[in-house]
Design a protein around this ligand. Structure first.
Ligand code: F6R
Length: 365
C-alpha cells in the first residue's frame, strides 16, 4: 500500500534509509572487519583467485554496475569491466579464467541480463546475481549471489533497488579487498562509513523542499544536462535517466570534463545543467566546468556540500547534500536527483508510477 504517499515512487525514495539498512543487515562482520554473504557458493580460496570481474545489467542496474566498477577498483584493486547485458550476450569477448561475472538486476527477469548470464555460464565461467526478487529467473540461473532485501519495488522508475545495489557492491568491494590487501583497520573504517549511510540518506531526503523549488523553476526545460566526475559520474547518468523516464524531458549525463568535447554546444539560457559537485577529488576541476557553463549563459543547479560559498556564488540554485566519503557518495547524491525527477514529472502532469512506453520488467529482447 502507499502508506500515505501519493505515489509508489515517492514512497520508495523515502524508504531508502531502511532499504539500505536491510541490505547491510547481518552482512557487516566487525570481528573480521569485512562483509559476509551467505549465498556466494564459492570458497574464500575460489574468491581469492578472482583476477577480473565483469558487471552486467540494463538501465539503472547498468548504472549501479558503473558505480561498482569505481568501488571495486578503489577498495579491492581488481580489474572490472562493465557491459550492457544486451551487448554482452551477442558478443564473444575473450574471458580469462578466474573471471567472475555478476548480473545486476532488480526484477531478476530482464531477458538480456538472463541471457548474458546464461551465455557466460555456458562457457564455464562463474556467474553470480545481485538481485532483488527472491527466486526470480536470474537468481535461479546464477551459481549464487546476493539478494538486495529492498522489498517490492512497484514504481517503474527504479530508486531503492538502485541504492541497495550500490550498497551491496560496496560490501562486495570490502569483502574482496579484505581477501587481498585491505588491512583490518581500513576494513573497520569502511564498515563505519557504511553504517553511517542510512543517516546520510535520511539527511539527503531533507532537501525535498529545496528540490521542489528547483523543480518549479525548471519544469519547462526541454533539455537538462547532468554532470559529475568519478564516483559522481554514474550518478549523472542515473539522474538523467530518471528525468527522461518519468517527465519525458530530454536529459543527458556526462562526465563533467567531457562537456568541452561536444555537449557544451547545447548550453544556452534555456538549458539547465545539474552539477554534482561535493567536496573531494576533482572538486576544483568540476568547479571550472561549472564556470564554463555559467560563462555561456547556462543556468546551473549544483548538488553541493553545505557551507560552500564558492558554489553558492556561481550556481543559480544549490541543493545541499551531506558530506560523505567518496565511495558512499553515489548512494547519497542520487537521492535529490530522484526527487527532482519526481517533482518535475508531477508538475508536468505525468503518470509518475507508470510512465508511457515502459514496463517494470523487460522480459523480451
Ligand atoms: C530505470 C529502470 C530500468 C531498469 C532496467 C533493468 O528506472 O527501471 O532501466 O533498471 O530495465 O531492470 P532490472 O534491474 O529489473 O533488470
Amino acid at each position: 500500500s502507499l502508506e500515505g504517499f501519493d505515489h509508489y515512487m515517492l514512497k520508495e525514495i523515502y524508504e531508502q534509509p531502511e532499504s539500505i539498512r536491510n541490505a547491510m543487515r547481518g552482512r557487516l562482520d566487525d570481528e573480521n572487519a569485512t562483509a559476509v554473504f551467505g549465498g556466494l557458493n564459492l570458497t574464500p580460496q575460489q574468491l581469492r583467485s578472482v583476477e577480473r570481474i565483469i558487471l552486467t545489467g540494463c538501465g539503472t542496474s547498468w548504472h549501479s554496475a558503473l558505480v561498482g566498477e569505481y568501488m571495486i577498483e578503489d577498495l579491492a584493486r581488481i580489474p572490472v569491466s562493465v557491459e550492457y547485458a544486451s551487448e554482452l550476450r551477442y558478443r564473444n569477448p575473450p574471458i580469462d579464467n578466474n573471471t567472475l561475472i555478476f548480473g545486476i538486476t532488480q526484477s531478476g527477469e530482464t531477458a538480456d541480463t538472463l541471457a548474458a548470464l546464461k551465455e557466460t555460464k555456458r562457457k564455464g565461467h562463474r556467474t553470480l546475481a545481485i538481485c532483488n526478487v527472491v527466486g526470480s529467473s536470474i537468481a535461479q540461473a546464477a551459481d549464487g549471489g546476493v539478494y538486495l532485501h529492498a522489498g517490492p519495488e512497484i514504481g517503474v522508475a527504479s530508486t531503492k533497488a538502485y541504492t541497495s545495489q550500490c550498497c551491496v557492491l560496496a560490501m562486495l568491494s570490502l569483502y574482496f579487498g579484505r581477501l587481498r590487501h585491505v588491512s583490518f583497520e581500513s576494513g573497520q573504517r569502511i564498515i563505519n562509513e557504511l553504517r553511517q549511510l542510512p543517516a546520510a540518506v535520511q539527511q539527503a531526503l531533507a532537501c525535498d523542499e529545496q528540490v521542489r523549488d528547483v523543480a518549479k523553476k525548471y519544469q519547462d526545460a526541454s533539455t537538462v544536462l547532468y554532470l559529475g566526475r568519478q564516483y559522481n559520474f554514474p550518478t549523472a547518468l542515473e539522474g538523467a535517466l530518471k528525468l527522461k523516464e518519468i517527465s519525458y524531458i530530454h536529459a543527458e549525463g556526462y562526465p563533467a570534463a567531457e562537456m568541452k568535447h561536444g555537449p557544451i554546444a547545447l548550453v544556452d539560457e534555456h538549458t539547465p545543467s545539474v552539477f554534482i559537485i561535493p567536496r573531494g577529488t576533482t572538486y576544483d576541476k568540476v568547479m571550472a566546468n561549472m564556470e564554463e557553463v555559467k560563462a555561456r549563459g547556462g543556468p546551473v543547479i549544483a548538488l553541493a556540500s553545505r557551507d560552500n560559498p564558492e558554489v553558492e556564488s556561481i550556481a543559480d540554485d544549490v541543493i545541499h547534500v551531506p558530506e560523505v566519503p567518496g565511495f558512499t557518495q553515489p548512494i547519497v547524491n542520487v537521492v535529490p536527483l530522484q526527487l527532482l525527477s519526481y517533482h518535475i514529472a508531477l508538475l508536468r502532469g505525468c503518470d509518475v508510477d507508470k510512465p508511457r512506453n515502459l514496463a517494470k520488467s523487460v522480459t523480451v529482447e
